[in-house]
Design a protein around this ligand. Structure first.
Ligand code: 7RM
Length: 634
């Protein structure tokens, strides 16, 4: 499976494109299947209908746990590093992890969970979050992890959409000097749901919480006494493994569905090759399991390779901005995978703090979640990697399940801010707005993928048409990513950012429509329009234009109220950075807001707004611009 040189990459890539089925057939042979597949692939992007490893039977947790536990029972699967360095850290071996997952799986069975049931997981970044996910997979239940920073309403929406019968949560989580009241938020959420029968609660911080004896069950009262083995449920390759909600341009977040066989093969293969992971390496991905990066490259990808990983509950700046570097030294981390926003925020603390640490265990650095600007790339390369660790700038999405465009560490020649080249089996194409493929190099367009890969999205939960519409209808016979992209003279890819109404704030995807819906619930606001603008640390900041019902005397107060409302409805990650009160929005005659213009104003453009002839009332543009300039002069 492991590619060892750039020449080999080119050969393998070529082979994978010419014989995709043969290529993936050979890769899939490296795993343990209860029954091999009859056929590698059936697909069309029209419906869409995509099936990999047809009629293959397996349980992904046997590959993640039983196989490595047999090969090296005492090898560490996870090092847990708590929020504060003075709290207790510990490690879990593969044998222990298998046993813990089996106990949790048996507990879920006791609570009535069956194959195909949906289980919501709302947990801090602690090993039990991973154990809960794997316990679901063990018994064929479908996990739906909801990021612990989301609000009660966001949690309720996700529980309702998938009709989850069980919620797994903790009393609370810790993030820096903040306590995240997970159980309290969960209780609030459950009030507006109907499907939850039981809530499994882990005691983590010891916070006092409300407890419903009929509905709530303590983890420590049901899990540890279970048998340490649980017979894995035999799943079909195309049985659902998990649902993960993600934001798009319109409506509520969609439940992206990934299935078992293809997801396993692709996450394992991409992890091994991108990171060039070797058996004694220590890998650390700083993401949260609430995002796809956590699913694919904290849980499944590393475990499928028998890797040793660090799980960290805290934040980069607590108790001080040296926390990441201290953890790297403590565990002798060889592979460090984080987001550009974290890099930029730590850069702001200067290099003196870094000099207190050795960082000499590092071999490979990774970046994910948003475009990494050249300046941040150089800073990361020089100050963290000391000029000797390659940076793998990994481009991918919740919908792709795994990394599609990225350098292979120490193999692909790097170029700052370029995700470089596609992984084997991936055929990226750039298309113009009419859907014509743009050939050749030194070009720019909308990024699409031409051929399926094993971990491609299968459907959006409960609404297949929405999946077709969103990803497969913009351009015929292509998967549309929503990203803009350049291909340079060497055929290298550079992602330029979203071309749709999705904002990427600190690597988190948020739909402008979701934020507008929340803002519009404010009693003094009639209408709003939200756009992203360049932000030095977050990548993009959130700029909201609002039309009030009455004269606003205190804009600062309104801003605070709007952000409190957004926090309540979505979560703090969607708070606006700037709010501007306006009397009208630039709309076309058909009533569509011209966000392009609002984006330009938010960016500080004062002159060139492009074609404004289709606007119903072009004077609003000048008014908004003048008001912005005036407020900046104040
Ligand atoms: C993994 C993840 C997906 C969106 C995607 C892009 C952006 C992610 C990169 C990137 C430039 C990268 N999944 N994105 N990685 N842009 N370079 N290396 O983030 O579903 O949450 O977001 O993130 O816009 O479409 S996600």
């Amino acid at each position: 499976m492991l590619i060892k040189s750039f020449d080999e990459y080119k050969q393998v890539y070529d082979y994978s494109i010419k014989n995709p089925e043969k290529f993936w057939d050979e890769i899939a042979q490296n795993f343990y299947w209860r029954k091999k597949w009859d056929k590698v692939l059936e697909w069309n992007f029209r419906d869409p209908n995509i099936k990999w490893f047809i009629n293959g039977k397996l349980n992904i947790t046997e590959n993640c746990l039983d196989i490595p536990a047999k090969k090296h029972p005492d090898k560490i699967a996870f090092y847990f590093e708590p929020n504060h360095p003075d709290e207790k850290s510990y490690s879990i071996s593969y044998k222990e992890l298998l046993e813990k997952v089996c106990q949790a799986a048996n507990a879920l069975k006791e609570l009535g969970v069956k194959k195909g049931d949906r289980v919501a997981i709302y947990m801090p970044m602690i090993p039990e979050a991973t154990i809960a996910m794997l316990a679901c997979a063990r018994i064929g239940a479908i996990h739906s992890v909801v990021f612990g920073g989301f609000s009660a309403q966001s949690l309720a929406d996700r529980i309702n959409d998938a009709e989850c019968s069980i919620l797994i949560t903790a009393d609370a989580g810790k993030r820096g000097n903040k306590i995240v009241p997970l159980k309290q938020t969960a209780d609030e959420a459950i009030k507006s749901t109907h499907s939850i029968k039981k809530v499994l609660v882990l005691k983590h911080t010891g916070e006092s919480i409300a407890f419903d004896n009929q509905r709530d069950v303590w983890w420590h009262e049901i899990v540890p006494q279970q048998k340490t083995f649980c017979e894995p449920e035999v799943m079909d390759s195309e049985d659902m493994l998990f649902i993960l909600y993600t934001s798009g341009s319109t409506g509520k977040p969609k439940g992206v569905v990934h299935t078992t066989g293809g997801y396993m093969v692709y996450t394992a293969y991409s992890f091994l090759n991108v990171f060039q992971y070797e058996p004694n390496d220590i890998y650390w991905c700083t993401a949260d399991v609430g995002w796809i990066t956590g699913h694919s490259y904290i849980v499944y990808g590393p475990l499928l390779n028998g890797a040793t990983s660090v799980i960290f509950e805290g934040i980069p700046t607590f108790p001080d901005a040296g926390r990441f570097w201290q953890i790297i030294d403590k565990y002798k981390v060889t592979h460090f995978y984080t987001a550009p926003t974290a890099i930029r925020s730590l850069e702001a603390f200067g290099t003196d703090i870094i000099k207190q640490y050795k960082l000499d265990s590092l071999k490979v650095l990774g970046s994910v979640g948003e475009p990494i600007n050249e300046e941040a790339w150089e800073w990361y390369y020089q100050n963290i990697g000391k000029g000797k660790c390659p940076i793998v700038d990994t481009w991918w999405q919740t919908e792709t399940g795994g990394i599609l465009i990225s350098p292979l560490a120490n193999i692909t020649p790097l170029k700052p801010s370029y995700a470089t080249l596609p992984l084997p089996g991936i055929i990226p194409v750039l298309v113009d707005d009419k859907g014509n493929e743009i050939q050749g190099n030194n070009v720019e367009g909308n990024l699409c993928i031409k051929f399926p890969w094993p971990s491609i999205i299968r459907t959006t939960y409960g609404n297949h048409e929405r999946c077709r519409q969103t990803y497969f209808s913009t351009y015929e016979n292509l998967y549309f990513t929503g990203d803009g992209c350049k291909r340079d003279q060497d055929g290298y890819y550079r992602i330029t950012g979203r071309v749709d109404d999705v904002i990427n704030v600190s690597g988190h995807r948020i739909g402008t429509a979701e934020i507008e819906d929340a803002i519009n619930q404010h009693p003094d606001i009639v209408e709003s329009a939200v756009v992203g603008y360049p932000h030095p640390i977050k990548g993009q900041g959130i700029y909201a234009y609002v039309i009030p019902t009455k004269e606003i005397k205190d804009v600062k107060l309104l801003h605070k109220e709007v952000n409190d409302l957004i926090t309540k409805i979505i979560g703090p990650i969607a708070k606006t950075d700037v709010i501007q009160v306006v009397s009208g929005l630039p709309k076309t005659r058909s009533g569509k807001i011209m966000r392009r213009i609002l984006r330009k104003i938010a960016e500080g453009e004062t002159y060139n707004f492009g074609d404004t002839t289709t606007l119903l009332d072009p004077s609003v543009v000048d008014e908004i611009k003048q008001a912005k300039l005036k407020s900046e002069l104040r």
